[in-house]
Design a binder for this molecule. Structure first.
Ligand code: URA
Length: 221
């Protein structure tokens, strides 16, 4: 069975096994598969496990994860109500960026995870997740805070939560983008009139088409 044939998350996790398909398998402690509600309407995708995640086996449990929990709380969610995964499931040594070959090897599993969970809305956290999902090389600073449609899903890219740990002014940018994300989720519910979910009534920039170099059709789902 290939990963694409796995009918559920448990069989996909089993298929991935003690993965050695790319060099990250040699240096990580464990595969960090993903966590949360397998039927979540909202899915977050980060970059890859850091040191804490590598040791605990769960995404976003370090400092960036604490801030993600705060951001989630600000829009009325706990982490058990959403699903959280990463572009690569193994920690890049020293927290370096994942290499193209590592992303290419690992993302078919993420693509299948997305298909199985079938979220209505995906929020991509930072450059790597955003560029993968939107299939673009456009900078995250240009893509964040807008709404994209990829296949049947809505995608709201935001800065990576760690960006707020390095630069305090990014904190507010993230809180503001999470408010937009909440508005997107509320609009997706037919019982809520368009715009009613946006607490400040600001206009959400709606993009039917991603910016140049960002085709609306993604590569794998
Ligand atoms: N940063 C990420 O992108 N993912 C994690 O799981 C933790 C930190």
């Amino acid at each position: 069975m290939s990963g694409a044939d796995c009918p559920d998350l448990a069989s996909l996790r089993e298929h991935i096994g003690d993965c050695r398909r790319c060099p990250l398998g040699e240096t990580r402690t464990q595969v960090v598969f993903g966590v949360g509600d397998p039927d979540a309407r909202l899915m977050f995708i980060g970059e890859g496990p850091g040191k804490n995640e590598d040791l605990r086996g769960e995404p976003f449990v370090g400092a960036a994860g604490k801030f993600l929990d705060e951001l989630l709380a600000s829009i009325g969610f706990t982490r058990s109500q959403v699903y959280i995964a990463n572009v690569v499931k193994c920690r890049p040594p020293g927290n370096r960026d994942p290499l193209p070959i590592e992303i290419e090897t690992c993302t078919p599993f993420l693509a299948r995870q997305i298909e199985i969970i079938d979220p209505k809305v995906i929020s991509t956290l930072g450059k790597f997740a955003t560029q993968y999902v939107l299939d673009t090389t456009v900078a995250i600073t240009r893509l964040r805070g807008k709404l994209y449609r990829v296949g049947g899903r809505r995608v709201v890219p935001v800065l990576h939560p760690a960006a707020a740990l390095y630069n305090g002014s990014n904190r507010q940018v993230l809180f503001d983008d999470f408010r937009r994300l909440r508005a997107v989720l509320d609009r997706e519910d037919d019982s809520v009139p368009v715009g009613a979910g946006d607490p400040e009534g600001e206009t959400l920039e709606m993009s039917d088409k991603a910016p140049e170099n960002a085709p609306v059709q993604p590569q794998l789902f």
